[in-house]
Design a binder for this molecule. Structure first.
Ligand code: G3P
Ligand code: MG
Length: 247
């Protein structure tokens, strides 16, 4: 079986699981995405003080948990003592920031592929990417389709060096004018930008050069319809259920 993320890639990808429906980047969010019918989700990966890879978007735990402080300054046991569910909705009390290892197992069991965004604290890109790749080499199920994406060029460079077989996506808000040079420099297979900057012209140009084009975070079906009509390869959304009928 091919491990290419892009082979038969679904056009609708859940963001941080399905974070419109459940607390972002938690097991509940991954299960919500699968329950809604997602075949792929995006998540964010970083490391703790004791070099464990965890799934979390912000460099601090402040916004999403009942704790305070930087993920990078807490041990895994300190991180996992936090409640990552109640701030979204009290009914999710007890959800944890998951490890990448657990996430790989759950997402695979749910039959989904993974867009793993490498989200290093600034300055910790080499360490973060290296550890994430170590965990993948040990725990990624052999048949699991997975790609990396990152806003951080150094993270993409390290990923290219240590795990060249895993496809890479170049994340940006606005596609840079020299996008082709930048994508080639890190051997990226795709460009992912904020949906408001995805024009028909840039999508066509990027695809004509042989790259996939994905957009985040599209939550209005009107935007999704326009982008799908322009033949966008993938839409990353907090509300996949709003999009399936369009894809
Ligand atoms: O991968 C797309 C999207 O997740 C990038 O932005 O801030 O949600 O990680 P952010
Ligand atoms: Mg992300």
């Amino acid at each position: 079986m091919s491990s290419s993320y892009f082979e038969n890639m679904p056009r609708i990808v859940g963001h941080r699981g399905a974070c419109g429906h459940a607390p972002e980047n938690t097991i509940a969010s991954f299960k919500a995405a699968a329950d809604l019918g997602c075949k792929s989700i995006e998540i964010d990966g970083m490391v703790t003080a004791d070099n464990e890879a965890v799934v979390c978007h912000d460099t601090s735990v402040n916004r999403c948990t009942d704790g305070m402080g930087a993920v990078l300054l807490k041990t895994l046991s300190e991180i996992q003592a936090l409640d990552a569910g109640s701030k979204f909705d009290p009914k999710f009390q007890g959800e944890k920031i998951p490890t990448l290892e657990e996430t790989l197992r759950v997402v695979h069991d749910l039959g989904m592929s993974l867009n793993l965004e490498i989200k290093p604290a600034s300055g910790w890109q080499v360490e973060t990417t290296t550890r994430i790749i170590e965990v993948l080499k040990e725990h990624r199920p052999a048949d699991m389709k997975l790609m990396f994406s990152s806003f951080n060029i150094e993270a993409l460079e390290v990923a290219q060096k240590l795990a060249p077989e895993i496809e890479r996506g170049y994340l940006c808000e606005v596609p840079p004018s020299d996008w082709e040079r930048r994508l080639k420099a890190v051997g990226a297979a795709s460009l992912h930008c904020h949906h408001s900057f995805a024009t028909k012209e840039i999508i066509e140009a990027v695809q004509a050069a042989g790259f996939k084009f994905l957009v985040y975070t599209v939550n209005d079906p009107k935007d999704a319809k326009r982008l799908l009509d322009w033949n966008i390869d993938g839409i990353i959304t907090d509300f996949p259920d709003r999009m399936f009928d369009l894809a």
